[in-house]
Design a protein. Structure first.
Length: 330
């Protein structure tokens, strides 16, 4: 359910009114029944809210939102957009519960509504966000953030660091790891047998033979070359001002980007309302909305559930691809 005082509860009430969600998935909400009942009134959702004690007890029918009640928050004590220690602890508990259920194969995948770093801090959590918690709880050492839509997929080498720290943070090993994780995931979870991966340069014109920076020659080109020797169909580094358009035109299945905004600016220009965040390299499938808690509109019933709907569909698609791979190995 994500942050109880963010737009997550409203997104759930809106998204689970769509028949196409139930055509591909059996959605079970891990969250708070009382908060969802309040969100139901706000969004004017016609669905019933049903409490279940296990995945097997849910009905999974359109018109009934099945909830594994994992907190007991009195909505009268909450204010939309104002996180507290209680909401932060509940938010983290939902995530941990979902991770453990996925690791135990009680669920096929987890889809996360947005959380807030301030709320985690109020709860005295040791984590800064979903990704760190997921990696720690699943024991994952090599993982990557992908933003995916039907026109463009981008994967990030560095994520939430200051721009001036990016050049010194890039290593041949990290870029190779991101390329390999991307290649494996496109095969296992997207059903692409021979994926093509493009790598973006760091500097304008990919450095122009060292005129505008030498990171391409020192770090990125060796990573690409070594990845090719490992059997991966990868190319680059390409100038960042053209690589995304070429990917959209079918020249690659994903673009590996050097830093956060390099990948997310073009991605959100195209997929702002239907983009999906998915974590690669985990032993479980995890997708998420590609936006935040939107505290400024929380409780107003105007949130757009498009990204959550697509995240559910992508989680179902990845689950299907993974099961097909297990049952029909190459």
């Amino acid at each position: 359910m994500g942050d109880p005082v963010g737009i997550g509860p409203e997104l759930i009430c809106l998204a689970l009114n769509h028949p196409d969600v139930y055509d591909v998935a059996r959605p079970l909400v891990i969250g708070d029944v009382q908060v969802l009942e309040t969100a139901k009134l706000i969004t004017r959702s016609p669905s019933l809210i049903a409490t279940v004690n296990s995945p097997g007890a849910a009905s999974y029918k359109l018109g009934c939102i099945d909830v594994l009640n994992s907190s007991n928050i009195d909505p009268a004590t909450l204010e939309w957009g104002q996180p507290t220690e209680k909401t932060g602890r509940a938010m983290e508990h939902y995530i941990v519960t979902a991770i453990d259920m996925a690791l135990n194969d009680d669920i096929a995948a987890m889809v996360t509504c947005p959380i807030n770093k301030t709320a985690l801090k109020l709860a005295e959590s040791k984590y800064h966000g979903h990704t760190e918690l997921l990696a720690d709880r699943t024991g994952s050492k090599e993982f990557a953030m992908m933003m995916a839509g039907d026109q463009l997929r981008v994967v990030l080498v560095t994520i939430h660091i200051a721009l001036n720290q990016v050049p010194e943070s890039l290593t041949i090993e990290d870029i190779m790891s991101t390329i390999a994780t991307t290649d494996d995931s496109l095969k296992e979870r997207f059903g692409i047998e021979t994926p093509k991966i493009a790598v973006a340069g760091l500097n304008p014109h990919s450095g122009e033979s060292g005129m505008f920076g030498d990171e391409e020659e020192r770090i990125i080109e060796p990573a690409v070359s070594l990845s090719k020797k490992n059997g991966i169909d990868v190319s680059g580094p390409y100038p960042p001002d053209t690589v995304f358009l070429n990917a959209m035109n079918g020249q690659s299945d994903a673009v590996v980007c050097m830093y956060h905004d390099q990948g997310l600016i073009p991605f959100k220009m195209i997929h702002f309302s239907d983009g999906v965040n998915t974590t690669l390299g985990l032993p479980i499938i995890r997708t998420s909305v590609d936006h935040g808690t939107a505290y400024d509109i929380a409780g107003k019933g105007i949130a757009d559930p498009g990204s959550l709907i697509e995240a559910i569909k992508m989680a179902a698609f990845q689950s299907t691809c993974q099961m097909d791979k297990k049952h029909n190995p190459a």
